[in-house]
Write a protein that binds this ligand. Structure first.
Ligand SMILES: Cc1ncc(COP(=O)(O)O)c(C=O)c1O
Length: 408
């Protein structure tokens, strides 16, 4: 009899407590309104608005007709892709690793999941600079750990960068790891090299693991640099996991290829986990990733020109709005304005008290989709991706300007 299964026992506590990915939810809502013919402009997407380069697509087409790719391959990744990742890592960040230090994953997201699953025991704490990418705290909790948020706000002094002093204040006996992401999603902030090194030294001194997410490594502006932490602090290599993938650099979000680089015992444990969870990443995608990594960085250089132009346009347009303050992001493709000066004011008969309420108001009134700060930490902020066409960008931020200009 089905009626005997109570609501509480249908879904496990562990999985039932996972929040939906707010970024994907906003994107889905914008896309569905658009499909209904509404003139929605979506700033929610976390993906380049460019096609995957032709030579990468061709490599996949070729791979489709090779029967070797129709069969299971090693769970940890094709040896040729691991070699390409080793070569790319040496080329781009000067970090020397071996294929045994690499696990190929279903996107950077699975690398995040695998890493926390492989490292954390129940009760372990992970220091999480905030605002954070929305997946980190869920992956930490799923693995039994506790995220410990360390917040840095938008003001000129902090510009979304946490300090060693803040990290030290958050450290306890249970601190197992630090999550580090530069350039950052959602803020676009980039840590200066000396701060990367100082944070790495602090972690090393206290035996704290560092999980460093380098997925936006090539999307840098204004001459900013994003050196790899274990290159600046080589002694950290034994307690460091580097996360990366092809999604953002080669406009390959849908292909689902990422990787983690770490000490061999961690890679082996994570490979065991993956061998039961998903087995190998789709071979066709892995072959495409090999072509991407063995090719040039021309495609990302081209995207960067467009992103840089849109970044300036967006930040300038946001900063003229009263009550909005947007530090200039130096990496990735997101602007992260504080909207605290707008909250509590009346706009078209509504008085949003939180950024979630403001985002809902913006979508309802002017059909522009933005992701509220609640997806990434405290209320009071919005994330706008500038990975969309210049005209849409101008129109969308223009609508927000007009709407927030009515705040009284
Ligand atoms: C900071 C960060 N890390 C990792 C990822 C994972 O990307 P994917 O799983 O598409 O490779 C993303 C995607 O949005 C991201 O923003």
């Amino acid at each position: 009899m089905m009626g005997h299964v109570s609501e509480q026992t249908r879904i496990s506590t562990r999985i039932g407590s996972i929040a939906e990915s707010a970024t994907l939810a906003v994107d889905a809502k914008a896309k569905s309104l658009k499909a209904q013919g509404r003139p929605v402009i979506g700033f929610g997407a976390g993906e380049p608005d460019f096609p995957t380069p032709d030579y990468v697509v061709q490599a996949a087409v070729d791979a489709c007709s090779d029967p070797v790719n129709h069969r299971y391959s090693p769970a940890g990744g094709l040896p040729a892709l691991k070699e390409a990742i080793v070569a790319k890592t040496r080329r781009d960040s000067g970090y020397a690793v071996e294929p045994a230090n690499v696990l190929v994953t279903n996107g950077g997201k699975q690398a995040v999941y695998n890493t926390f699953a492989a490292l954390l025991d129940p009760g372990d704490e992970v220091i999480l600079p905030t605002p954070y990418w929305t997946t980190y705290p869920e992956a930490i909790r799923l693995a039994g750990g506790s995220p410990v948020e360390v917040f840095a706000g938008a003001d000129a002094e902090t510009a979304y960068l946490v300090t060693v002093e803040q990290l030290e204040a958050a450290r306890t006996e249970r601190t197992k790891a630090l999550l580090f992401c530069s350039p950052s999603n959602p803020t676009g902030a980039v840590y200066p090299p000396e701060q990367v090194e100082a944070i790495g030294r602090w972690a090393l001194e206290h035996g704290i693991w560092v999980i460093t997410d380098e997925i936006y490594e090539h999307l840098l502006y204004d001459g900013a640099q994003a050196p790899s932490m274990p290159v600046l602090v080589p002694e950290l290599a034994d307690t460091c996991v580097v996360l990366n993938g092809v999604a953002k650099t080669y406009a390959m979000t849908g292909w689902r290829v990422g990787w983690m680089i770490g000490p061999q015992d961690v890679i082996k444990a994570a490979t065991n986990l993956q061998s039961h969870a998903t087995s190998n990443v789709a071979n066709v995608s892995q072959r495409a990733a090999i072509a991407a990594l063995e090719g040039s960085l021309d495609a990302v250089d081209e995207m960067k020109v467009a992103f840089d132009r849109r970044r300036t346009l967006m930040v300038d347009m946001l900063n003229v709005i009263e009550g909005v303050e947007c530090p200039v992001p130096q990496g990735a493709f997101y602007a992260y304005p504080s909207v605290e000066g707008v909250l509590g004011k009346q706009i078209r008969g509504r008085t949003p008290q939180t950024s979630a309420e403001l985002a809902a108001l913006i979508l309802d009134e002017v059909e522009v989709a933005v992701v509220p700060g609640e997806a990434f930490g405290p209320s009071g902020y919005l994330r706008l991706s500038y990975a969309l066409g210049d005209e849409d960008l101008r129109e969308g931020v223009g609508r927000i300007q007009a709407l927030l200009g009515e705040a009284r």
